[in-house]
Structures are given as C-alpha cells and as structure tokens.
Design a binder for this molecule. Sequence first.
Ligand code: GAP
Length: 468
Amino acid sequence: MEQNNAVTLEKIASLSKRRGFVYPTSEIYGGLTSSYDYGPLGAELLRNIRNLWWHEMITTREDMVGIDSQILLHPETWVASGHVTAFNDPLVEDKVTHKRYRADHLIEQWLDKHPEVEKFQVDGMGLDEIGAYIEEHHVTTPEGNEVFPPKAFNIMFQTAIGVVEGEKMPVYLRGETAQGIFTNFNNIVNSTRIQLPFGVGQIGKSFRNEITTGQFIFRTLEFEQAEIEYFFDPDKTEWEPLFKSWQESMYHFVNETLGINADKLRWRRHSDQERSFYSKDTYDLEYEFPFGFKELWGIAYRTNYDLQQHIDHSGKDLSYQDPQDHQHKFVPHVIEPAVGVNRLLLMALCDAYWEDVENKRVVMRFKPNLAPYKAAVFPLVKNKPEIIEKARGVYDMLAAKMGVVWDDRGNIGKRYFYQDEIGTPFCITVDYQTLEDNTVTVRERDSMAQERVSLDDLTAKLLSEIEK
Ligand code: GAP
C-alpha cells in the first residue's frame, strides 16, 4: 500500500478541524496568532502520546523518575539559565509589509530556494554578522522584499505576581520545562533513593513569543514539552555511549512505539557554530513534514553548565556526594533529550494520512496504540431494540478496557468512512446474527477485512492488537 501519498499541511489542518483534532484558538474572535486548541480527538491523541512517552521513558526504567514543576518559577531561574539574556532571537522586518521573521528561519527558507549560495548558521552569530550576510547575499522575504537590519527580541513571556500596581513582581512563563528539573536537583536526590546515573523527566506547558508563524501546530506560542535531564558522573560514565543509547531510545519511541515510517526520519548533527557554547554535542532527530525535514526531538550534552549556573546564582550547593566514595563530590553532567508533544502529534497526523484512491476514502493509519478510539461499536439498525440493547452491552464491555466510540448515524458505509478518517482501527457491527450466535463483525481499518468474532473473545482479541 502506498504510504502518506499527497499529504499537505492544508489537508492535515482541514481534516483536523473537520473531525476534531485541532481547532484554531478563539476562532469566534478571529483566532490568535500561532495558537491552537485540541478537540475531542486531538485531546485523546495528545494523552496517548504523553502516556506512551511517560510509560517508556519513566515508568519502565528504574533509573528514571518524573516530576511536575511550576510554569511560574523564580525569575532568577531564567537569569541563571541564560534565557533572559540569551533567549534573544534576531528578528528582521520586511521593508514593505513590515512582517517580522526570525532571521534564522528566513535565511534557512531562503537558502532552500538558493542551494548555490554558501550555507550560514545563525545560531551563535552576532547581529552584525547576520546583517552582513543578509546584505551580501541579498536575502529577501518570501514576498521578495528586502529587510531592515536584524534586531534582538526576547521570546520569554513576561507576566507579574501581585495585584497592587507598583508592587508587582515580574515573572516569566517558563520557556522550557528543563529548568524546573535543575532547580529541584537537590530535592530529588534527598527525597528519593535514586543514585547516579539517573534521569528526571517532565511533561508540561512551555511558552515562547515565537515570531515565525504559519506552519500550523509546528511552532506555537504555547506548547507542551517532554524533557529529560539525565545526570551522570563524567569520571565514571563515558558520555558518548550514554548519548548514543539515548539517541536509540528516542528513535525507538518514534519508529517502534509510535510506528512512524523510518524513511521520514533522519539525524542531523549541529555544526560547531549552531551548537550552544556549553554543549559538547547536539543532534536533532528530524521528521520529513510536508514542508521538509525539520527538528522533531533534540538531544544535547549540556555538561554541568545548568547546575553550575544555578549554584552560582542561588549560592546553594547542588553538587552530588558519591555514596560509595565520600571524597568524591562534584557537579553532575547531563544529557538532555527534549521533544515537543504537539510536534509529535503533528508528525503522527502527517505520517498516518493516507488517501486510499481505489476505495475513495481517507484513512488515518495510526498505530492502534496511538488511535484516539480503538474501536467503534455500530448497531446495524436503529429501530430494533434487541440490537440496540446488545450493542450497548458490547460498548460497555469494551469501554471498560479501552477508548471506544458509539456510532448509530447513517448507513454502515458512511460510518466506516467516518471512522477511517479519524483512524479507528476496528469497527464492530452488532446485527441480527449477533442475537442468534453471540458473534459480531469486526472490520479492520487498513485492509477493510471483516471477520466474525465471538463476543467471548472480542476484548482479548482487540487488546492484543492494540498492544502490538
Ligand atoms: N530544554 C531544551 C529545549 O527546550 P528546544 O530545542 O528549544 O530545546 C525542545 O525545544 C523541543 O520542543 C523541540 O525539539 C520541539 O519539538 C519543541 N518545541 C520548541 N519550541 C516549540 C514551539 N514553539 N512550538 C512547538 N514545539 C516546540
């Protein structure tokens, strides 16, 4: 079967809205820039992604624990982390339309169309160098217009604690979940039995005043991150094999657990220029979205930079005392795999989308563990109380074990069409024969194959398919 044919972002956005995966935020007021809400199906899909991530990265690993820190942290956190001073994205403004673009994204997009021009990495470059490159190569906006020289722009969202004007304390909505892990390092070590090497994971909202917009949910102002800080002693654990094993865990999660097509995945190593100065190595796991290969999940060896910064700014000792060797006290190093949950969701939507031309249907071929509903229950007809009652019983039996949806609208063909479009792997029809022999028709989404299954075996059969 041909996979992922003719997928475009427009088709994904349209299906998402039509079927209830993703809606534009505040649509009745004309929307809000780069902001989206998740509908009934999107909320289920997000929850499945989060749960699978947590299960694989935390629950099933004895060297991992999870936390849930605040969105509002002490403002000094962001001075220590460098976000207040360094989270400055250089911006450029279109001289004609006055639309603003992040300089790195503008240059990247422009270079895609001008492969003959020497590449340039904006990260780590000063405003003057970026400006000089733009001028020398006549980089223009997608509208073909020149831009003003780049300016720095801080993408942290600021708000305030307190209600009395003049006494308000400025704080930031967190720009990443990672800092809540670093600031709790001592608490975690002191309150658990865990010893190095160990990791701490967290899933939660982050906020960035992003400038580049327009790629649906790829980059939004408010988004959810699933981040891990894996702490280790660099004298006892070699960082390279550890880094590699985390790369393998990331790839396994995307390719095996979420069932994403390997042809659409690749690793990209950051160049020396692009890498943060404290990072020894950084890779991005990229997915080929309809607008090209883009970062899905980053992994960086951040050394002991973050903990050391918090030691310097808080004056608190965040070093680790080796329980086996009391002479050995040190600031642990970290490897950080960090991914956006919404970006995983966008990837899942793009990867699942399939136009089955032969059968004139659109199918979201989610791996069953990812599908918003695992099964749909159909009573064959609406006017036969015995069939409705029997189907209700089947619904209740399955709903106790998995996400299931009831559908009695329209003919069976229309119901299949709808369930295919939302990616429900199994449709169960309760009909006249069910009343006689206690069997139902189970129709599989991708192959459209149908079989009769006894109600005694149905739950176990579906569960085994879902857990594959
Ligand atoms: N603590 C490291 C960190 O935050 P990052 O590369 O800035 O690194 C990690 O973010 C991941 O979070 C990215 O790989 C991406 O999946 C996701 N992400 C970042 N900014 C985002 C945004 N504005 N909208 C959606 N996802 C975003």
